[in-house]
Ligand binder design. Structure first.
Ligand SMILES: [Zn+2]
Length: 422
């Protein structure tokens, strides 16, 4: 195996699943040891079947350079042990010290590249509905109000009693997260340029997505196919480079440790798999981040969709923190940044097919780049990334954009671009 295959979330997931032990601290230790031994046995990327043959020699040197830079066992073991140590402190009844340790981890691992709220323009939210559901308006999609905090259970990036706003980069992601629900209502959360503060004041996000794997499998494969060339790993003008590889790889380890799937056989009020993510969330909040971008752990259950989903951005979820308010029941500081639009099911009938509306979306983005500067450009680019990734996804043997949900997503993208153009 090469580093590219090792970095794949689905490989890491199987490594984690096979490390399951009676206690979660042991699970994490077994995973650490398997991670290290797999890493030690990785071979040259020039032999990798997952990179198209004709461009393999273009990309392999970068991947091998990354591997040579990060494969030193000492720092890797240290980060695993610090994370496992934080977990142990908590289950040993020492939550304050556990949190202190989590804070050290967050402080020691600042982002390699800044991720801000306006890097993601359009996100989606869904809620299960039944025939007793209150009117489905934009308020229905707010976070749970502070006076109903008794409904807030433990989640991966939030603790019981503290409401959080969970969003997804695509409707497909929302559907997966709510896979137990029979009926779901959906809304688009559209970041409104005129509600955003000046660029330097836009809140930062803590990025736990699988950035290196995406860089190789999206950006570099595209570069190579279009003969643009792959940057040299020593090129300090390109980010990431040899100086930032270790930081990026440590981020990858933190992300993996936060995304163990919940064991359905051990379902109870306390979720061991969430604890580390919850401790880090508390530390991340204290460092003034507005939220966390993280990969969904649900898409492996959705084998009926194309299997290279882990290489894309759209399965990512966004958890936005809410700020307590002593008199209002909602955190207006975060909600007011978004224009919330309830999505019609099914979407309004159009005469165009998926390909026509996809072309309209492409020209919408081009139009924004021609006519509008600043936020609209940045926000439209983020829509374009997700759109182009979803364009090739097949679910149940059909293109996603031809399904009802896909049509709703297309409509929402198209609508958002018009909103940005207005
Ligand atoms: Zn490979």
């Amino acid at each position: 195996m090469c580093l590219n295959c090792f970095l794949d979330d689905s490989f890491q997931n199987s490594l984690k699943q096979s490390s399951r032990s009676d206690r979660f601290e042991t699970t994490m230790e077994v995973y650490r040891d398997r991670f290290l031994s797999e890493l030690d046995g990785l071979s040259n990327a020039a032999t990798c079947d997952h990179i198209p043959n004709e461009i393999r020699t273009d990309i392999a040197p970068w991947i091998d350079c990354f591997l040579d830079t990060v494969r030193h066992i000492g720092p890797i073991k240290l980060i695993f042990d610090t994370l496992i140590g934080a977990f142990r402190l908590y289950v040993d009844g020492r939550p304050t010290r556990a949190l202190e340790q989590a804070r050290n981890i967050v402080k020691k691992h600042p982002p390699v590249q800044e991720l801000k709220l306006d890097d993601i323009g359009l996100v989606f939210r869904g809620r299960p509905i039944d025939n007793k559901t209150a009117p489905i308006n934009s308020e229905f999609f707010y976070h749970l109000p502070f006076n109903k905090r008794f409904y807030v259970s433990n989640q991966r990036f939030s603790i019981s009693g503290i409401p959080i706003l969970y969003l997804s980069r695509s409707l497909l992601g929302v559907k997966w997260e709510l896979s137990g629900a029979k009926d779901i209502a959906y809304a688009a959360f559209r970041l409104a340029p005129y509600h955003l503060p000046s660029p330097s004041k836009v809140p930062q996000l803590y990025d736990l997505s699988n950035a290196v794997h995406r860089l190789i499998n999206h950006v570099f494969i595209n570069f190579a196919k279009r003969k643009i060339g792959i940057p040299n790993c020593n090129d300090l003008n390109f980010q990431p480079n040899i100086n930032t590889f270790p930081a990026l790889f440590h981020r990858f380890i933190i992300s993996q440790m936060c995304t163990f799937r919940r064991d359905p056989l051990r379902a109870g009020p306390f979720v061991e798999e969430y604890l580390l993510a919850q401790l880090l969330t508390e530390a991340i909040k204290e460092e003034d981040y507005a939220g966390i971008l993280f990969p969904s752990t649900r898409y492996w259950e959705n084998a009926n969709c194309s299997n290279d989903l882990a290489r894309r951005d759209f399965p990512d979820n966004l958890a936005l923190f809410t700020k307590y308010h002593h008199s209002t029941n909602f955190d207006d500081s975060i909600l007011s940044l978004y224009d919330i639009k309830v999505l019609a099911i099914p979407p309004p009938k159009r005469e165009w097919d998926a390909e026509v509306i996809s072309n309209q979306i492409d020209s919408g983005v081009a139009e924004i780049w021609k006519r509008k500067a600043g936020y609209p450009q940045k926000l439209s680019s983020s829509v374009n990334i997700i759109h182009s990734q979803l364009a090739t996804v097949q679910c149940d043997g059909h293109p996603y954009f031809e399904s009802e949900l896909g049509q709703m997503e297309l409509e929402a993208e198209f609508d958002y671009l018009n909103f940005l153009l207005a």
